[in-house]
Write a protein that binds this ligand. Sequence first.
Ligand code: SF4
Length: 299
Amino acid sequence: MTRDTTTTVNPSGPSRDYTVHRLSRGGALVSRIIHMVALTLSGAADRLFRAVLGSGNAKMRKTAKLLSACTPHAWRGLSWSLPAVSTCAMARRCKAYCYALQGRFSATTVALAHVQNWHALETLYALGGESLVTDTIARTLTRLTLRGRKFSATLIRWHAAGDFHRAWYARALSAAVSRASVECASRGRLCVVYLYTKRIDMVRSGLLTANAGPLPSSGAVLRVVQSVGGTLDHLIDYDRPHARVFGTHEERKLAGYVDGNDERADIPAIVGETRIGLVYHGSLSASTVGLKSSRTDNY
Ligand code: SF4
């Protein structure tokens, strides 16, 4: 409304000018209120989001330690998850014996945190749409990466449990990482967000990019690994990073996949390896979940 003063003033009549002037003042007031509400909202959104971005598990700590030993950065590891299964629309057999419903994931506090995360995300979207989700994630990534002096790089495992349940969420995360990159780079800090996804449709359509190649020295990057075993396997680009689950390490080695489990923790996904082999480590036996030597994929 304030733009009206320059575009619609009628030079022939003072009464018209007066009306426009009043409209302009009213518009300025409304826009100030909107701005204040947006600021309050974004502050609340930041708190809502940050409260549920958890410190990483033992694997994350191991990965951060390994990265600290082989890069110029000192790394910290964090993670963000959503409820498993219910957000994994393109998962197939793994829903029946999901690792994210077993072990430490089965603790009530962990399961509740994942529900809280989902709630935070949906609340942000309901309040301010995709742009508020993007802003909030971008601010969170930037603040976490720039926080303190002990760590110069931050590693975030996105979706230790869960997957992208909405296109706006995938778009928001991609945009947020790009946005955070500018400030992180200007301060010489590095933020790496990495994830495995069965939303191959989102990778195919460009919402998410499965990229290989060395890490930059600063900025923020999103590492996306296509996860084999979902309903959209026929869309996977096997020349780009993808992960396949095997019953044993012998089967993984025979198929020519690097170890994405133990020895190098999550480093293959982070540095952009193309063929990543994960060995099933849930509490059920490999044969129970159908990972016999005769079948080493489609977990
Ligand atoms: S995609 Fe992962 S988190 Fe989702 S159901 Fe399958 S194993 Fe569980």
